[in-house]
Design a protein around this ligand. Structure first.
Ligand code: NAP
Length: 269
C-alpha cells in the first residue's frame, strides 16, 4: 500500500488515453478547435488540423504538436462544401490510416436584429454550423462503420437551448445540431458510432473578441456565470478528450454542458 501511495502520479495531460486513434478537428486553426487539436495529440491521437483561410495558423498548430512529440497534419477544406469535405476526409484517412474521432468544431456567428437579417447571412451561418457537421459526419461515419465504430463530437453551444436575441441564425443552427446529435446517435448506434454534443458557455476566443474587449460587457457576462470566470479553450478541450476516449463509450445522444453554471443562472436548464 505504502509503495502505491508514494508512486508519482502521471499528470492528466500525459495520459495516453487516445494512443492509436486518429482524430480530425474542424476549424482547428483558432480558439477552441486549436486547443482540442493540441490536447488530443498530447493524449496520443494523430490529429487532422482542418482550416479554411489561414494556412499559417494551421501550420503553427501542426508545429506546436510536433514540438511536443505529437503527430498532426494540416487539412484544408471549407466544411460547408461537399467536394472539399469529401477530399479532406479521404486524404486524412489515407494519411492517418483511419478515422476514429471527428470533432465538428468549425463555427461562425453573425449578429443582426431579426427584422434586418439577410438571406445571405442566414445561409452562411447554416452552411458552416449545421450543413458542415452533416457533411463531415456523413463522410467520417461511412468510414467508421467499416472499421468498427468511432465517436462524433459536435461543438454546439448553450444556445442550442438558450435564446440569444440578435443571433437567430446561430441559435437555429445550434438547435438543429442538438437534434442532429440525438437522431444520429440512434441511427449510427448499430455501427458502434457514438454521437455527443458539447455545449460551451462563454469561452475566451476570437469569436467573442468584441465582448471580451469591452470591460463593461465583460463584467456583465462574468456576473451571469456562477463560477465567476469566462471559460478557457482548454476547459472544453479536456472534456472533448474524455468524450473521445474509451472511458466515455457509454455516452451517446446527449449534450454535455460546460458553462460554469451559466444556464442554471439564466433558468434555462
Ligand atoms: P474561432 O476562434 O472563431 O474559431 C472558429 C474556427 O472555425 C476558425 O478556425 C475558423 O477558421 C473556422 N471556420 C469558420 N468557417 C469555416 C469553414 N467554412 N470551414 C472550415 N473552418 C471554418 O471561435 P471558437 O470560439 O473557437 O469557436 C469554435 C466553436 O465553438 C464554434 O462552433 C462556436 O460556435 C463554438 N462555441 C464557442 C463559444 C465561445 O464562447 N467561444 C461558446 C459556445 C460555442 P478561420 O479562422 O480561418 O475563419
Amino acid at each position: 500500500m505504502s509503495t502505491l501511495r508514494h508512486m508519482p502520479s502521471t499528470p492528466p495531460s500525459q495520459h495516453r488515453s487516445l494512443q492509436g486513434k486518429a482524430a480530425l478537428v474542424t476549424g482547428a486553426s483558432s480558439g477552441i478547435g486549436r486547443e482540442i487539436a493540441l490536447e488530443l495529440a498530447r493524449r496520443g491521437a494523430v490529429v487532422g488540423v482542418n482550416y479554411i483561410g489561414k494556412p499559417d495558423a494551421a501550420q503553427e498548430v501542426v508545429q506546436a504538436i510536433a514540438n511536443e512529440q505529437g503527430k498532426a497534419l494540416a487539412c484544408e477544406a471549407d466544411v460547408s462544401k461537399a467536394a472539399d469535405v469529401t477530399r479532406m476526409v479521404s486524404d486524412f484517412i489515407k494519411q492517418a490510416g483511419r478515422i476514429d474521432v471527428l470533432v465538428n468544431n468549425a463555427g461562425i456567428e453573425e449578429e443582426s436584429p431579426f427584422l434586418e437579417k439577410t438571406e445571405e447571412e442566414w445561409d452562411k451561418v447554416m452552411a458552416v454550423n449545421l450543413k458542415g457537421p452533416f457533411l463531415c459526419t456523413q463522410m467520417a461515419a461511412r468510414s467508421m462503420a467499416k472499421t468498427g465504430g468511432g465517436t462524433i463530437i459536435n461543438i454546439s453551444s448553450v444556445h442550442e437551448d438558450l435564446p440569444f436575441p440578435g443571433y437567430a441564425s446561430y441559435c437555429a443552427a445550434k438547435g438543429g445540431l442538438r437534434m442532429l446529435c440525438r437522431d444520429l446517435a440512434l441511427e449510427l448506434a448499430p455501427h458502434k458510432i457514438n454521437v455527443v454534443n458539447v455545449a460551451p458557455g462563454a469561452i475566451a476566443t476570437p469569436i467573442n473578441l468584441r465582448t471580451l474587449q469591452d470591460p463593461e460587457k465583460k463584467l456583465a457576462l462574468i456576473r451571469e456565470i456562477p463560477l465567476g470566470r469566462i471559460g478557457e479553450p482548454s476547459d472544453v478541450a479536456k472534456l472533448v478528450c474524455y468524450l473521445a476516449s474509451d472511458d466515455a463509450s457509454y455516452i451517446t445522444g446527449t449534450t454535455v454542458v460546460i458553462d460554469g453554471g451559466l444556464m442554471h443562472q439564466t433558468g434555462s436548464l
